[in-house]
Design a protein around this ligand. Structure first.
Ligand SMILES: NC(=O)c1ccc[n+]([C@@H]2O[C@H](COP(=O)([O-])OP(=O)(O)OC[C@H]3O[C@@H](n4cnc5c(N)ncnc54)[C@H](O)[C@@H]3O)[C@@H](O)[C@H]2O)c1
Length: 325
């Protein structure tokens, strides 16, 4: 049976997902919803037989969809997820879950009452190097973790507004926080310092911070710091997670993993496409009901959102924030 998928959002990342889905056996991009009919129709024209809509409920009323991909900015989450759960339609949602914690809390409550197959777009979990890193931690004791997301400012208007994106730590660096949790365990307390150095004077209407460091205590006693900036010029950047253990250093970035132990340094390159593995896991779950290949679900992603939102609260109050259960 051919699976019919709806896509919400007509931006960069909708295209990445839609192209992957359209290339899969027995999967069809059947409908697209955008902020205008024109944009939706234009996007839909890339996928044979797809229809464009400007209203989400109209798309759901007129098409029988097997799942919907939500590739929308952080501030646009809420009603769509609730509508999909209400109609028992499976969904894939891009990270972050929202700009805040209340919206995902409401969605999670509904999901727990009316479960549907779903997945969240923390794609780095699907990288072979992350799986290798996790496996090689067996028998080691992690002491500290350092992570970073150092880059330029994305040029979409919603990103530069605090109420649009939630800021860099919630919007982008969330990937590193998610990997920290995935590899080293749950966070108990955060303390954050954020600042404004460059971009507020460089572009109009910027209300997000452009530098920040978040110190974290994990439940196990591991200490972690994750830093970010969006002041760099395009083409220069660092995305990384480094774990320090009693055996040595595990140094991960999206295109490689380097493991250093006394006298031995081993490098693994990561050329696999984690988005393809992510889509494969979700489509497999739709076909079979077996969700075991999905590496990020809503309740787990909610925990990552709890940490990134606590970091914002700490930066605003100047006080450490404990993560509540
Ligand atoms: N996992 C990853 O590697 C990755 C990479 C890029 C983006 N993303 C995430 O994907 C999401 C979208 O990012 P993007 O780069 O495609 O952004 P974008 O600005 O290019 O596209 C966003 C789309 O959503 C539409 N939109 C805006 N508000 C809407 C609303 N209220 N209802 C319906 N549609 C609305 C916009 O018109 C646009 O088509 C973000 O949450 C981003 O963090 C994830």
């Amino acid at each position: 049976m051919t699976l019919r998928i709806g896509i919400v959002g007509t931006g960069w990342f909708s295209r990445v997902h839609a192209d992957l889905l359209a290339g899969m056996e027995g999967v069809r991009v059947a409908a697209v919803c955008g902020t205008s009919e024109e944009k939706a129709l234009m996007f839909a024209s890339n996928y044979p037989g797809a229809t464009g809509y400007s209203r989400f409920t109209e798309m759901l009323d007129s098409q029988k969809l097997d799942a919907v991909y939500l590739c929308i900015p952080p501030m646009a989450h809420g009603q769509m997820e609730l509508e999909l759960i209400d109609r028992a339609i499976p969904f894939f949602v891009e990270k972050p879950l929202s700009t805040n914690l209340q919206t995902p809390q409401d969605i999670l409550d509904q999901l727990q009452k009316k479960p549907v197959v779903h997945a969240v777009g923390y794609h780095f979990r699907y990288k072979e190097t992350i799986q290798r890193l996790k496996a090689s931690l067996s028998g080691q004791t992690i002491g500290m973790v350092m992570g970073a997301w150092m880059g330029d400012m994305p040029q979409v208007a919603w990103w530069r507004k605090q109420e649009g994106s939630g800021g860099q730590f919630i919007e982008q660096t969330t990937h590193i926080v998610d990997l920290l949790r995935y590899t080293a365990g749950e966070v108990e307390e955060v303390y954050a310092a954020y600042g404004n150095r460059v971009v507020q004077g460089q572009y109009e209407n910027v209300t997000v911070h452009d530098v920040g460091t978040v110190s974290m205590k994990l439940e196990s006693g591991i200490i972690a710091t994750v830093s970010n900036t969006c002041i760099l010029p395009g083409g220069v950047g660092q995305v990384e997670l480094r774990l320090y253990t009693n055996n040595g250093i595990l140094d991960w970035s999206p295109d490689r993993l380097e493991i250093s132990t006394p006298g031995v340094r081993t490098t693994y390159t990561g050329t696999d496409n984690p988005y393809a593995a992510e889509a494969g896991a979700f489509i497999h779950a739709l076909r079979t009901g077996d969700t075991s290949r999905i590496l990020s679900d809503y309740s787990d992603a909610y925990k990552t959102q709890t940490v990134t939102c606590a970091a914002l609260e700490s930066a605003m109050t100047g006080k450490p924030v404990r993560i509540s259960e």
